[in-house]
Design a protein around this ligand. Structure first.
Ligand code: ZN
Length: 72
């Protein structure tokens, strides 16, 4: 069997966290999502929540963004 012009969907490991972030943004309130930084499952309570912890220097939100900003 041959597939022409169809790219098999490969998991993109480099963009895994970013993909999780996007999925969390799309997920409806009350659904269980995974933290875009550490992968811990938690229930989405606010439309803006993408991380299991959002406050403080050591929160996943802070670590996620600081890691991305320092990457270059
Ligand atoms: Zn987390």
């Amino acid at each position: 069997m041959e597939y022409i012009g169809a790219n098999p969907i490969q998991p993109n490991l480099d963009n895994g966290r970013r993909t999780q972030y996007q999925e969390n943004r799309r997920a409806p309130l009350g659904s269980v999502i995974r933290c875009a930084h550490c992968g811990r499952a938690f229930r989405k309570k606010e439309s803006t929540s993408q991380f299991c912890s959002n406050r403080g220097e050591r929160s996943c939100k802070n670590q996620y963004w600081s890691a991305h900003e320092k990457s270059n």
